[in-house]
Design a protein around this ligand. Structure first.
Ligand code: GLA
Length: 390
């Protein structure tokens, strides 16, 4: 997948909309997937991260109906669901729960009066850790907001998506993915401050290299229960330090010395050690991106991986092999497990002229050990949520 230009997706999906509803959509809401350069598991701890949107999108094409019925056709799943604004359930496949949940949360807050005709589709590979589900949320919420003239504030869209994850899907997630999908800027990296919920942009001087994702193909089914467990561990770790010091530390104000106070609790200590060092790496990464210092960027990615693997315990043996093989290749500046973890993919900075050689080396060597093919994608960056009205 991938590599399909945005405008050809738009043309194709408009035809599908006509096919389904015999008229044209009033709006198209286009939300990208994302990668995270650094700042992993810092979002729900109110730290910092540097993600950016990529050139793969979820598109929601929509128009308002005169009754209270909602019709949604999914191009990727080739399936249509119909329900009433008055009658929600959260059953069905995951994509259905996302779209129904989004409309349910918006309806609860804004009391929608008319239903919609919707077509949804996209080219974000599922299971690569490129946040296809966050893009789906942002795309549909953006579409409904725009169609109903609800709010022109993108932070409202962000908060609705977060409520959806928490209330309907039961994930105690942070806002990294949705934030990147909404606010990214193609030519710069996004630096998010999750405590203040604000961001700035970083100019990039990175040259002669490319970013690639390597998918271990290890399914992340367990991710959400283990993810929620990490969220609780971090909360407990910070609470324990505050109790011991009688202070009100947050992730940005605790220093490495203070965590020595909880050393006897090995698990909480390791979690906090990851968070504090990762949060500091975000700023070192910002400086390295500004300077275009490829070796430092690579080094920070590798340090982050070590910490995610040893302290945060979110890696797995297939990912470890990918990293070990990558390190042996001279085209590799650095890389790390990306996203929630427990499988999924690594993000890597590679010398542009050695890319093909690197890819075939890692693929072949991985196959020799595990006898299945891993998938590799080269990514380009893009801007955040785009809503086109007709
Ligand atoms: C997942 C979550 C994000 C973030 C990352 C880890 O992708 O959806 O909110 O917590 O894991 O950085």
């Amino acid at each position: 997948m991938g590599g399909i230009a945005k405008h050809s997706l738009i043309d194709k999906y408009k035809e599908e909309f006509y096919e389904q509803y015999k008229n044209s959509p009033s709006i198209i809401s286009i939300a990208p997937g994302r990668v995270n350069i650094i700042g992993e598991h810092t979002d729900y701890n109110k730290g910092f991260a540097i993600p950016t949107a990529i050139d793969r999108w979820i598109l929601t094409l929509a128009s308002i109906r005169n009754d209270q019925e909602v019709n949604i056709f999914s191009i990727n799943y080739n399936r249509k669901i119909i329900f009433s604004l008055k009658n929600f359930d959260d059953k069905g496949e995951l994509w259905e729960r996302y779209v129904k949940g989004a409309i349910y949360i918006i309806n609860k807050k804004y009391d929608l009066t008319r239903g919609f005709n919707i077509v949804i589709g996209g080219n974000i590979p599922i299971g690569f850790g490129m946040s296809s589900s966050a893009a789906l949320e942002v795309s549909i919420v953006g579409a409904i907001f725009s169609l109903c003239g609800l709010e022109h504030d993108k932070y409202k869209i962000l908060k609705i998506c977060n409520l959806l994850e928490k209330e309907v899907l039961g994930i105690k997630s942070g806002m990294l993915d949705q934030y990147a999908s909404i606010f990214s800027n193609k030519k710069q990296f996004l630096l998010i401050d999750f405590l203040k919920l604000e961001h700035s942009y970083i100019n990039s001087n990175i040259k002669d290299s490319c970013w690639i994702l390597i998918n271990s193909m290890v399914s992340r089914e367990l991710m959400y229960s283990a993810y929620n467990q990490r969220v609780d561990e971090c909360k407990n770790a910070i609470a324990l330090i505050n109790q011991k010091t009688n202070k009100e530390y947050n992730l940005n104000s605790i220093d490495v010395d203070a965590i020595e106070l909880i050393k006897e609790n090995k698990v909480l200590y390791k979690r906090l050690l990851h968070l504090i060092t990762e949060n500091k790496r975000v700023f070192k990464m910002r400086d390295a991106i500004l300077k275009g210092d490829l070796n430092t960027i690579g080094h920070l990615l590798s340090e982050s991986h070590e910490s995610l693997s040893k302290n945060y315990d979110v890696s797995c043996k297939e990912i470890e092999l990918i990293i070990e093989l990558s390190r042996k290749h001279s085209g590799f500046y650095g890389g790390r497990i990306m996203g929630g973890g427990f499988g999924g993919c690594t993000i890597n900075l590679i010398k542009a002229d050695l890319k093909e050689n690197f890819i075939s080396y890692v693929k072949d060597e991985f196959y020799n050990k595990y006898e299945y093919d891993i998938k590799i994608e080269t990514i380009n960056f893009s801007s955040g949520l785009d809503i086109v009205t007709f």
